[in-house]
Design a protein around this ligand. Structure first.
Ligand code: SAH
Ligand code: SF4
Length: 368
């Protein structure tokens, strides 16, 4: 079976061409799936009957199944989705007054192993397919509409989700092709029609892929900085050993030349007594001198067995002041969905970690 959620506009056009169908059928089909959010080929009533019948024979619309659905006291909602092979991923809806944001996952687990990240601690299992990535947006819009969510924009006939952040589980640039195809569907006027400013990709700093993204699909960029110098960043974000700060910041400057926004957002997780001293804020100011940027300070969200603690409110405010005094825009991210473990860095899903299972087996064999 073909899963139609795997196809962006170009891929669908190619599929229809192969089948001797008119190219405009691709547009019609996209609209049915992503605007009208239908889940059956049979429902696409303005497709020629013959097209519909052939399509229904070998094509379906299939998003990952919901394993758990939790709603936090602040309205944040998290779905745990089954992606097969004992793996599950999470997607989080964050309602605000003027927007509905979906935090989307790109991989089951993550190979980059940042010291303070619960996803990273689980190891890596696999890349998500296009259908599994766009399926999160498709599913969330459908579920919210089915539950009768009311927002001013839904009343005007738009989808509940107005913004997407690629900040769920995984490193989106490590699953480049599938993430780009999924984001093209997000931007496509015949699908979700989100503007490039409303789709943000967050990366831990895969430099060559940042350059490729500026060519393939320049959306808003967020970069996980977390440290003012290479020594500390090497320890917190191991990919820094491969792409150190100087090369990362140069890539940010190149990106801005093509991006829909004229700044990069730097994310900085506030870890008590690790990276939150005023002196480190001063060094950060000097470090980003040549990069048009804004800072988003994220209070560390703890998870079981972590060695880190969240910075105190006072230390966060003091750090923020140093940045602001230097003329930088620095906001503190409000933690959402804490009571359902939906906050940044708490997305754990359920990843079958083959590496660790193998290690356990090796130890077991060695011990016997
Ligand atoms: N892999 C990408 C995107 C996913 S993580 C990246 O690293 O950028 C989204 C953001 O949450 C990143 O800035 C990440 O560093 C941050 N984060 C990870 N663990 C966290 C935690 N426990 N508390 C707060 N933020 C965390
Ligand atoms: Fe992966 Fe991002 Fe977590 Fe680092 S912070 S381990 S890159 S998901």
């Amino acid at each position: 079976m073909i899963n139609l959620l795997d196809f962006d506009h170009d891929a669908l056009t190619a599929l229809f061409a192969e089948r001797g169908e008119k190219p405009f059928r691709a547009r019609q089909t996209l609209r049915w799936i992503h605007r009208r959010l239908v889940d059956r080929v049979e429902a696409m009533s303005d497709l020629a009957k013959s097209t519909r019948e052939t399509l229904a024979r070998d094509a379906e619309i299939h998003a990952p199944a919901v394993v758990r659905d939790s709603v936090a006291t602040d309205g944040t909602r998290k779905w745990l989705l089954d992606v097969g092979g004992a793996n599950a991923i999470e997607t989080v809806y964050i309602p605000e007054d003027d927007r509905g944001t979906l935090c989307v996952s790109s991989q089951a687990g993550c190979a980059l192993d940042c010291a303070f990240c619960s996803t990273g601690k689980q190891g890596f299992n696999r890349n998500l397919s296009v259908a599994e990535i766009i399926g999160q947006l498709w599913h969330a819009n459908r579920a919210l509409l089915a539950d009768g969510v009311t927002t001013p924009w839904v009343e005007q006939g738009r989808h509940p989700i107005t913004n997407v952040v690629m900040m769920g589980m995984g490193e989106p640039l490590a699953n480049f092709d599938n993430v780009v195809a999924a984001m093209r569907i997000m931007l496509d006027d015949d699908a979700y029609g989100l503007s490039r400013r409303r789709v943000t990709l967050s990366t831990s700093g895969l430099v060559p892929a940042i350059d490729r993204l500026s060519e393939a699909c320049p959306v808003a960029l967020a970069v996980s900085l977390h440290a003012p110098d290479d020594a500390l960043r090497d320890a917190l974000v191991p990919i820094n050993r491969k792409y150190p700060l100087s090369s990362l910041l140069a890539a940010c400057v190149r990106y801005i030349e093509r991006a829909p926004r004229d700044f990069v957002t730097f994310e900085y997780v506030m870890l008590d007594r690790v990276n939150d001293a005023p002196e480190q804020a001063h060094r950060l100011v000097a470090l980003v001198r040549d990069v048009p940027c804004k800072f988003n300070l994220i209070p560390f969200n703890p998870f079981p067995n972590t060695e880190f603690r969240t910075s105190s409110r006072n230390r966060i405010v003091a750090f923020q002041h140093v940045l602001q005094e230097a003329g930088l825009v620095a906001t503190v991210r409000r933690t959402r969905g804490e009571d359902i473990d939906a906050a940044c860095g708490q997305l754990a899903g359920q990843v079958q970690d083959k590496t660790r299972r193998r290690a356990h087996r090796i130890h077991a064999v060695a011990a016997s």
